[in-house]
Design a protein around this ligand. Structure first.
Ligand code: APR
Length: 310
């Protein structure tokens, strides 16, 4: 029996936070990777985290490196490398720059960990997951993107605040691309097993849906320089845990579609089962006409971003 090995590519705000949360949950040994720099901030962050182990009581080796040889035989690779959004920038503005980063990173990752599962966070994430998929040559079940867990977390936060109940008792479902056109599915969202429509009037729900859609921008504007990283990291860790412990959790994730929901040859956020093989299954829900129209709009936005890739 050996510990799982997790590589986190990009040791910025999100990558470093993800590494710490992975260690705190003892999900495996962690290799934090960033580009070579004059000093050694990646090594420094990794060592600093490692030294939190005795205090918090976790056993996980954590190293920082710019050498992909150190990532060899990773079970899971989480990609957060790239540039983050600045105020006034849409997620889509990032596309060309971050696509180049995805290609460079993926080539190195697959060379050393040909059997790994790849989990992508870098924005615009639907398009970046597609870029990682086609660069890697991996089967679709081993290339997955994160957005729905985060979008749902935001939705659940706002609902719990509004109802003044525990976040643990609120469930939500968000479909579509990780952008302002995402589709929070109120019909499939509950507090304590009771449909949200029974808790709140339509206009309050609409306002919360709207805030969820713009949740990333709300943080970008508050931070002033950079984008959200605590909740994104927590979301990556929940997906990582589902995979590494073969939990078969039902979560929204960015998956490669081959006709599901009527879309082909693209990545989009849909409900899936996550387990030891990565994406175990895509769940197809019945949508109302209005929901399908909203999802079409979101898929169109993702396709527009993908045009920049070729
Ligand atoms: N290889 C490895 N690391 C890279 C590369 C590369 N080719 N290019 C950039 N990086 C690193 C940067 O050096 C930096 O340390 O990626 C890191 C990104 O960290 P931050 O700038 O702190 O950005 P962060 O807030 O973590 O966001 C990263 O996640 O949520 C998304 O939109 C966000 O795409 C962005 C990504």
């Amino acid at each position: 029996i050996r510990r799982k090995k997790i590589s986190v590519i990009g040791a910025g705000f999100t990558g470093a936070t993800t590494a710490l949360m992975l260690a705190q949950k003892e999900l495996g040994d962690i290799v934090l990777v960033d580009i070579p720099q004059v000093e050694n901030p990646t090594k420094g962050k990794a060592l600093d985290m490692l030294e939190a182990g005795p205090v918090q009581g976790f056993d996980a080796n954590i190293i920082g490196t710019s050498n992909y040889e150190d990532t060899a035989d990773s079970d899971l690779v989480i990609i957060t490398a790239g540039i983050a959004r600045k105020p006034g920038m849409s997620r889509d503005d990032l596309v060309a720059t971050n696509a180049k980063v995805m290609r460079a990173v993926t080539e190195q990752v697959v060379k050393y960990s040909p059997n790994s599962i790849l989990l992508v966070l870098t924005n615009p994430v639907d398009a970046m997951t597609y870029e990682v998929f086609r660069t890697s040559g991996f089967p679709k079940h081993r290339v997955i993107g994160q957005s729905g867990v985060l979008d749902t977390a935001r939705f659940r936060t706002f609902i719990a605040q509004e109802l003044n109940v525990s976040v643990e008792d609120v469930t939500g479902f968000v479909l579509g691309g990780h952008g302002d056109d995402m589709v929070p599915l109120v019909r499939y969202s509950y507090a304590g097993g009771i449909p949200l429509e029974k808790w709140l009037p339509k206009e309050r729900l609409d306002a919360i849906v709207e805030r969820t859609r713009k949740g990333g921008g709300e943080i970008v504007n508050l931070l002033g320089n950079g984008s959200a990283y605590y909740a994104p990291a927590a979301s990556l860790v929940q997906m990582a845990e589902a995979i590494l412990k073969d939990k078969r959790r039902i979560l929204p994730a960015i998956a490669y579609l081959e006709g599901e929901y009527g879309y082909k040859d693209m990545y989009l956020g849909v409900p899936v089962i996550l387990g030891g093989n990565g994406l175990e299954q895509i769940i197809e829900l019945d949508l109302t006409e209005e929901e399908k129209k909203a999802l079409d709009k979101s898929a169109d936005s993702v396709r527009n971003v993908m045009k920049v890739l070729n």
